[in-house]
Unconditional design. Structure first.
Lengths: 439, 437
């Protein structure tokens, strides 16, 4: 669609050039013939009496107008193709100068070539005051064309002075032909401009349509994301159910069955019951192992594979890449030994804070400082977003606090040139807690 | 490697530029430059002239000797009446000569359209040229809007032809060079009579004396310098018209014919200096006016002025499109300013040189003596004085049309067709209106 219009515009421009070449040559030839005829009819003296400048010879008129037209059209071609802006401006300036020379060599009889320059300029319309340049250039050229010779000190022979050689009916005829030349030129130019405007309009329409489609697709994608999130949740729930059924269910079932047997055996065969209880304990232990393994599967993949530091780096880099937020780290000290649950909570806290900073604060930069001392680890996540004077903790913040409280940690947040989240957890309970929670 | 290659290329480039430059310079130095000269055959002053190109050829010969690489060419055989059209055709074909004679009627046209070179810069730069060597009326004839566009080559004054035999027959003494309208009228009145008694006037005071000549003798410039206003209603014009009416009344409405003059029956007739030079000395004097003795006087002085007449001048100009302005200027000077050329004009043409020192030279004194037996009234001092006093004819655009209209109207006033009262005021209004276009 676009391609076709563009070739149409090029074709119109070519037509404009060809037409102007025809007019310029016709006028030059007309002047030459008239000058020849004047000389042949021995009326040169009375012709000179009426003109205001010494005329150029016939060959000179032809040569000058043909050469300057060829130069003008090749400059136009280069101008339309040039990529660099400074070269293009230079070419356009020279086009104006050559246009002036061409008009002068035709004794300013024909000003239609001005439209040729205008057409070239409009072909590469690029906004930025282009229209004012066009206006100034065209005004200047027309100003010159309209015999304002006092400014330019140019003297030329007017068209009617050439006409005065002919008889009155011929004069009317020739003047009409000249007017038709000019009018037809304007018609072609206007049509060319209409094509350009139409092309631009269609392009705009096309962009509008594409935008609409894009918005549509975005909406669909959003709905799909919500859907897939729900689906994942369901899938996860099902998996959990399966896991519970497979591991905990299996173990508990075994334990319940074993205990039933023990209840019957404990009196009759206490020794055997004892053995049975040992077996039940084994089953329970296996069940715990299975549950642990299940829980492990819920942990973030990165934490499973990488070190804590690398994992958070990975997470933030991914976040920065996807959201465009600039995330920086100030790591003063990071303890080597962090429990998996601590790692996970901290990981999730950072993830949630980054998400909040981007989603609610609209931040473009987030700084995460990690440090600590006295057996405590402290993480401060500060963003440059909008912040919030009166924070109403939502699910995220509440969830974060709950998780931290499980680790005996604290969560604080406030607004100050952005939103700041401060997290603190104790480190020294590592071994105890591990045993406590695990067994 | 690349650096070396670049340097080599630069050396080549410089070498080529130098060679081409030297070749061009050499070609220019050795090239034969052709200067073209535009001129007409014969005299500008309506008098027969024998060897048409003798002065020009000698000037060219001298010029070419001074400038060995220059050739001066001209088209010969163009008649004076065809010259204006020929020149215009050359201009229309962009083939005009570098230096050309400018007919008086064309000077304004060419200078206003910028076809003639403005000579100001040559005048300023050339220390050997001094415009004050020329008679002011001659030099100023080549000015357009106060800038020089052409140089005066030769001039012609108008004198009064006097039929000495007729005056002697009537017992009237030859008037002196400072005579006035009163004397003129008096003599006319005395000679106008019927000599053979047939009741018809057959001897007259003057022939061909026009109001235009009278206006100049009365010191009136009919037009403002810029040609936008006229002074037909001035007191001097009124004096002139009254004088012309009186002169006309003497002839009692008889229109004097050229035949009357040729037969020696007219006492006075305005006469150009060229005619005087042509018919006064030997070969031509036997062709015309052989029936009587004659001589020339300055024009009679009007009520308010001296014995002034017009100075017609032949101008030579340079094309504004010449390729060799410096050489063209030298040629122009050789044609118009060079003392040798001016002396040749004095010796070999019928016109007057435009340089004062040439007119006043001893050679001129000898030439104007004509022959010892004839007691010539005109000496070179008289002529020089007349040239100094002379005024140039108006030459602005549209001047010819205005004069044509004025002539027909004033002729009507003089002949009484239109009543004299207020007629000049109306004429001035009408002409001023025409000049505004």
């Amino acid at each position: 669609m676009k391609r076709r219009d563009f070739t149409m515009i090029s074709a119109m421009l070519r037509l404009l050039y060809v037409y102007n070449a025809f007019v310029v040559m016709s006028l030059a030839i007309f002047m030459c013939i008239t000058q020849r005829k004047i000389i042949q009819s021995m009326t040169a003296r009375s012709f000179l009496e009426n003109i205001s400048a010494p005329p150029a010879s016939s060959t000179e008129i032809l040569l000058w107008s043909a050469t300057s037209f060829i130069v003008l059209s090749s400059l136009g071609k280069f101008y339309r193709r040039a990529e660099r802006k400074d070269i293009r401006n230079m070419l356009f300036a020279s086009e104006i100068i050559v246009c002036m020379i061409l008009m002068h060599s035709l004794n300013l009889v024909y000003d239609g070539v001005v439209l040729l320059v205008a057409a070239d300029l409009m072909y590469r319309y690029e906004g930025n005051y282009r229209e004012y340049i066009l206006l100034a250039a065209m005004l200047g050229l027309y100003f010159m064309a309209n015999y304002n010779l006092a400014i330019f000190q140019l003297k030329v022979i007017r068209f009617d002075e050439y006409l005065s050689y002919y008889n009155s009916s011929m004069q009317t005829c020739l003047a009409a032909v000249k007017n038709i030349f000019s009018s037809l030129n304007v018609v072609i130019f206007v049509f060319y401009m209409v094509m350009i405007v139409k092309n631009r309009h269609e392009e705009k329409e096309r962009i509008r349509l594409l935008n609409e489609q894009l918005a549509d697709a975005n909406e669909k994608l959003r709905l799909y994301a919500i859907e897939s999130e729900q689906m994942a949740e369901i899938r996860e729930r099902n998996r959990l159910a399966r896991e519970i059924h497979d591991t905990l269910g299996h173990a508990l079932t075994g334990i319940a069955a074993g205990l039933d047997a023990c209840t019957m055996l404990i009196d009759s065969a206490p020794e055997y019951a004892k053995q049975q209880l040992i077996r039940i304990r084994e089953t329970a232990r296996r069940g715990i192992v299975d549950v642990r393994r299940s829980i492990k599967k819920l942990r973030p993949d990165d934490l499973e594979k990488l070190s804590f530091k690398d994992a958070i780096m990975n997470m933030t880099t991914g976040f920065a890449a996807s959201s465009g937020v600039d995330v920086s780290f100030t790591i003063v000290g990071l303890p080597k030994e962090l429990r998996e649950d601590q790692q996970e909570v901290l990981y999730r806290v950072m993830q949630e804070s980054l998400t909040n900073a981007y989603r609610h604060g609209g931040a473009s930069r987030v700084n995460i400082s990690i440090g600590g001392g006295d057996g405590r680890l402290r993480i401060v996540i500060a963003d440059n977003g909008r912040g919030c004077d009166d924070v109403k903790p939502g699910f995220g913040l509440r969830h974060m606090r709950e998780r931290l409280e499980l680790l005996h940690g604290t969560l604080n947040y406030w607004s100050d040139e952005g939103f700041i989240v401060e997290v603190e957890i104790p480190l020294n309970r590592e071994v105890h807690d591990d045993k406590d929670t695990d067994s | 490697m690349i650096e070396k290659f670049r340097r080599l290329r630069l050396v080549w480039f410089v070498a080529i530029v130098l060679t081409v430059g030297l070749m061009v310079a050499d070609y220019r130095a050795n090239k034969v430059i052709e200067l073209r000269l535009g001129l007409f055959a014969g005299s500008n002053w309506n008098v027969p002239q024998g060897e048409t190109y003798i002065i020009i050829d000698e000037v060219i010969e001298r010029f070419e000797a001074e400038h060995p690489n220059v050739r001066v060419k001209y088209v010969s055989g163009i008649k004076r009446e065809d010259y204006s059209e020929w020149l215009a055709e050359q201009f229309l074909d962009d083939a005009e000569p570098d230096i050309f004679f400018v007919p008086a009627e064309d000077f304004n046209m060419y200078s206003s359209m910028g076809a003639l070179m403005d000579l100001t810069r040559f005048l300023l730069l050339d220390g050997t040229f001094d415009p004050t060597d020329y008679y002011p009326a001659a030099y100023r004839y080549g000015l357009f809007e106060d800038k020089p566009y052409a140089l005066p080559r030769e001039s012609v004054l108008t004198f009064m032809f006097v039929n000495k035999s007729l005056l002697a027959r009537e017992g009237i003494a030859m008037p002196s060079n400072d005579w006035t309208w009163t004397e003129f009228l008096d003599i006319c009145r005395r000679v106008t009579r019927d000599t053979d008694g047939d009741g018809q006037l057959d001897q007259f005071g003057c022939y061909d004396y026009s109001w235009k000549q009278a206006v100049i003798s009365n010191g009136l410039n009919l037009f403002r310098e810029d040609g936008k206003a006229s002074y037909f209603a001035s007191a001097r014009m009124e004096e002139t018209v009254k004088f012309m009416m009186e002169l006309r009344s003497i002839h009692r409405n008889y229109e004097v014919s050229p035949k009357d003059f040729d037969m020696g029956r007219v006492a006075f007739r305005p006469f150009s200096f060229a005619e005087y030079r042509t018919y006064k000395p030997y070969p031509w004097r036997i062709k015309k006016y052989t029936l009587f003795d004659w001589d020339c006087l300055k024009m009679p002085a009007g009520v308010s002025n001296g014995n002034t007449s017009t100075l017609d001048t032949l101008l030579v100009g340079m094309s504004a499109r010449t390729n060799e302005p410096e050489l063209a200027w030298s040629l122009l000077k050789a044609l118009c300013y060079d003392k040798t050329t001016q002396e040749m004009i004095l010796r070999k043409s019928q016109a007057l040189p435009t340089r004062r020192d040439v007119v006043l030279s001893t050679e001129a004194q000898e030439i104007f003596q004509w022959n010892s037996t004839d007691n010539a009234a005109m000496t070179s001092t008289d002529i020089s004085a007349a040239m100094d006093e002379a005024v140039m004819p108006p030459k602005f655009k549209g001047c010819a049309d205005a004069m044509l209209y004025a002539d027909s109207e004033i002729t009507k006033i003089i002949s009484g067709v239109i009543s004299f009262s207020n007629a000049l005021n109306r004429l001035q209004k009408e002409i001023n209106a025409r000049l505004q276009y």
